[in-house]
Design a protein around this ligand. Structure first.
Ligand code: PMP
Length: 432
């Protein structure tokens, strides 16, 4: 079998014990043994720049988090039916991050669970199971969160195999979709017409779920006014609006803590996970008291580890670090700088058709021809493989797998931004 850290033998053992559906990055993945800030280190001591780990929001192996979690584990860990300060403090801190009337918090362990609960809140609120979701979206793998996941990159049959209570709207992409540039406002009009049509047929959505910036789609912005129009139409028929902030929320966008702020809306339910735990399993649903109470009438909620003392301390410490190290400001400053530099790279390498996103959620989109917008799918995979040779971890995303998802730990430095741009420039100049 070879030594424990030999990449090939470890991969063979992994393949033997994992199901096929459990994928791994890279055909011949390095064996990762530690992380530090926005860096990963493999078993040979090779250091990689990590542009991928948005879950690790405050950076790998953050000493303050290590200390806090170790201390709390040594004192107490139990479930939230017991009474202790950390779960109250953390829930208050979360609620305070959201506008009125979002003041009621459920703590869970993952984004999938948060989305599942959010959809069930919608069912309880409206008394209906019909849900409206966007195409090209990913919301999780539990039964309900998978039902509203429509990305064909994750599941090629996604659109044909949704349950009949899931209705979808086209991804309102103003660059490559049906309505482009100034015509992108038509997406909202068509969405409203579709909601009215569904309602007319007795299938008014009880909930609408969408990311507030197309994270899974590569950081593509929704057209201005899109969520405002869709939220209003859904509410007019008695449904609720769910903002899935699992991927893009929590300060990463720089200018806004939440993606829905960019759209100028206030949702009825917000789902959060990933960044809030820095890799510790932590998720949350924040909603209004009224919605939570209607769920109480027919629903059940208990999570053995959600909101545990350890999870709550992790959540509080991550928020403290984001504040004290000014990581949202760093996402704004370094992310803005990185976006400018990637755009400048696009002037020299026409394969970069656009750079989507804001802050530390950026998506350079690779196209074969900027006129036709033909996706450079194979090229994107090859670019990622070459970047890895140069010590940069990056991966493709989007339904065409032609967008680099640049969503690093929020401590990503200007030097790291320069290193990423230099490596990408080298790959695009020397070929892949
Ligand atoms: N919603 C969105 C937008 C996501 O990107 C993800 C995970 N990629 C989820 C929900 C599910 O989160 P988790 O993997 O924590 O279950």
């Amino acid at each position: 079998a070879g030594p424990a850290s030999d990449p090939a033998s470890l991969l063979a053992r992994r393949d033997a014990v994992f199901a096929d559906v459990q994928e791994h990055y890279f055909a011949e993945p390095p064996v990762m043994v530690r992380g530090w800030r926005e860096h990963l280190v493999d078993a040979d001591g090779r250091v990689y720049l990590d542009t991928l780990n948005n879950v690790t929001s405050i950076g790998h192996a953050h000493p303050r988090l290590v200390e806090a979690i170790t201390r709390q584990w040594s004192l107490l860990n139990t479930n939230s039916r017991f009474h202790y300060p950390a779960v109250v403090e953390f829930s208050e801190r979360l609620a305070a991050l959201l506008p009125e009337p979002l003041d009621t918090v459920f703590l869970v362990n993952s984004g999938s669970e948060a989305v599942d609960l959010a959809l069930r809140l919608g069912q309880a609120w409206s008394g209906r199971t019909d849900v409206l979701a966007l195409q090209e979206a990913y919301h999780g793998w539990t039964y309900l969160s998978d039902a509203v996941s429509t990305s064909v990159a994750d599941n090629p049959a996604a659109l044909e195999t949704r349950p009949d209570w899931v209705h979808t709207l086209p991804a309102p992409n103003a660059l490559r979709g049906r309505h482009r540039g100034p015509d992108a406002g038509r997406y909202a009009k068509e969405a409203v017409a579709e909601i009215d049509r569904l309602a007319g047929g007795g299938a008014a959505p009880g909930a609408f779920i969408a990311e507030t910036l197309f994270g899974n789609g590569g950081g593509v912005a929704l057209p201005d006014g899109y969520l405002e129009a869709v939220y209003a139409a859904v509410r007019a028929h008695g449904g609720i609006a769910i903002a899935d902030e699992v991927q893009v929320g929590y300060g990463r966008l720089g200018e806004w803590f939440w993606g829905f702020e960019q759209q100028g809306v206030v949702p009825d339910v917000v789902t959060v996970a990933k960044a809030m735990g820095n890799g510790h399993p932590l998720g949350a649903v924040i909603t209004t008291r009224e919605i939570a109470e209607r769920y109480r009438a027919g629903g059940y909620f208990f999570s053995s580890a959600g909101g545990s003392p350890v999870s709550s301390v992790v959540g509080l410490t991550v928020l403290d670090v984001i504040r004290d190290e000014q990581l949202q400001e760093n996402a704004h400053d370094v992310g803005g700088y990185l976006k400018e530099r990637l755009e400048a790279l696009g002037h020299r390498h026409p394969i970069i058709g656009a750079v989507h996103g804001w802050g530390f959620y950026l998506g350079p989109e690779l196209v074969r021809d900027p006129a036709t917008w033909e996706p450079a799918t194979a090229e994107t995979a090859a670019v990622c493989a070459r970047l890895r040779d140069l010590g940069v971890i990056a991966q493709p995303t989007g339904d065409h797998q032609n967008i680099l998802k640049i969503k690093p730990p929020m401590c990503f430095s200007r030097e790291s931004a320069d290193a990423l741009v230099a490596a990408l420039d080298r790959v695009l100049t020397t070929g892949w």
